[in-house]
Write a protein of this length. Structure first.
Length: 434
């Protein structure tokens, strides 16, 4: 039973008893009867005022508690004129205002944090208590979505033996740099935060590809320019001297002239090759910005096939086209893209050696090119270093072929990768659009 009901039952019962007692006094003393009735009336009025002063504050507080329970912090209570009650109302109103301000501040912070997470280029993946994805931003979807699609309410994708297997292996507080096919590099950090007293984990994925490529480019440009300057100056001067020395062969005996000219010619040829060797490095530094025009990739592929057809026949290598019907127009610098594709096909031919095949596939929307060969393939140690400048697995290689390809494709804004596909064949993939 509510306190208000108890009070009303008590007051009504008390006044009924007093009224009955006064009725029995009516026969003995009328004045005493009327006096008692007057006292009962005064008591009723006083009881009503006490009811209003004691019970009404409880009703007001009950209404306030209901507002708090419903999380409605917009309602305040008007003062009644009673000092004690007004003090309680003032405390309640200040508490409600503080709760309202804190809620508003929290909503603003959450909104700002939500917009910040969506706008940042760093991938963010938040996990719930069961290690399932509860939130991820567009950057995370872009980074992981190419290989492992994200979905709310599902566990982190299992990368198997791939680079992203660290997502499930990482412990809170750990950071790892992972490398992907195509030279992509990411820094992955796992941490945790408190949510209602429980620890929840989240992942931060930051792409370092452009930063690393920029640092590499700056470093090897300085090295190549310094080397080219010294070598070219020396080669030019030495060849000039050697050519002058050839004029003195008439002063030698007849039987010595042939060996003399052969030795000097070999030295001149070696100098020429050294100059050519340095020129190949310098070509990587001197790549100009692409002069893009719309061009059919199919025509470019067919012209390269005609150029390499003889080599394929001699090595018994089948070249098979599986092109999308129609035209696949892409904005490219024709000369630069031709050079990049020639290097890709040369690498495929060298990897096959003899008796194999090259499959060329194209896809529309988004435009994509896949070059698949049956060569010796890639191992786990080689794959992460494929596009590192000057890295090579060839005996006489310089390590600039894939670097040149990388620079051309990056300047065009094309995505690319070099990896073993599901058929255990080497596949170079170029993505022309998003």
């Amino acid at each position: 039973m509510k306190l208000r009901s108890k009070f009303l039952y008590f007051v009504i019962t008390l006044h009924l008893v007093l009224t009955v007692l006064a009725y029995f006094l009516l026969a003995y003393n009328k004045f005493l009867f009327f006096g008692i009735q007057l006292l009962v009336l005064i008591s009723a009025v006083v009881s009503y005022r006490l009811y209003r002063d004691f019970v009404r504050p409880l009703e007001i507080l009950a209404a306030g508690v209901e507002s708090i329970r419903d999380r409605d912090f917009s309602c305040t209570i008007t003062k009644t004129g009673n000092d004690e009650l007004d003090h309680l109302i003032d405390v309640y109103n200040r508490m409600i205002e503080q709760l309202r301000q804190e809620r508003l501040s929290r909503q603003e912070q959450n909104y700002f944090l939500e917009r910040l997470i969506k706008a940042t280029a760093i991938g963010v993946v938040v996990l719930d208590l069961d290690k399932k994805i509860s939130l991820f931003n567009p950057a995370a979807d872009k980074i992981l979505g190419r290989d492992f699609p994200l979905a709310l309410g599902r566990p982190l994708p299992d990368g198997g033996n791939g680079p992203f297997n660290c997502l499930t292996e990482l412990e809170p507080g750990q950071t790892r740099v992972i490398r992907f096919d195509g030279g992509r590099v990411y820094r992955c950090h796992k941490s945790q935060f408190l949510d209602h007293g429980f620890h929840r984990q989240f992942l931060l994925l930051e792409e370092l590809t452009e930063e690393i490529i920029g640092t590499q480019r700056t470093a090897y440009e300085k090295v190549i320019r310094a080397m080219s300057h010294e070598v070219n100056n020396s080669v030019g001067a030495i060849n000039s001297i050697l050519n002058s020395i050839l004029d003195y062969d008439s002063q030698l005996r007849e039987k010595d002239r042939s060996d003399y000219r052969e030795a000097v010619s070999v030295a001149i040829e070696r100098n020429y090759r050294l100059g050519k060797f340095m020129a190949n490095f310098a070509d990587v530094v001197r790549i100009p910005p692409p002069n893009k025009v719309k061009y059919d990739i199919h025509n470019l592929l067919k012209s390269i096939h005609a150029l390499m057809h003889k080599d394929c026949l001699e090595k018994n290598i089948e070249w098979r086209f599986e092109l999308h019907p129609g035209v696949l127009e892409v904005e490219i610098d024709i000369d630069q893209m031709e050079q990049a594709l020639i290097n890709i096909f040369k690498n495929a031919l060298e990897a096959i050696g003899r008796d194999g095949s090259i499959i060329v596939r194209t896809f529309p929307a988004p435009g994509m090119l896949r070059i698949i060969d049956t060569g010796r393939g890639l191992d786990a140690q080689t794959s992460p270093n494929l596009f590192v400048p000057f890295f090579t697995t060839k005996k006489d290689g310089q390590g600039i072929g894939l670097t040149l390809i990388r620079e051309i494709l990056i300047n065009h804004g094309f995505g690319f990768s070099l990896k073993m596909n599901d058929e255990n064949k080497t596949e170079f993939q170029i993505l022309f659009g998003d």
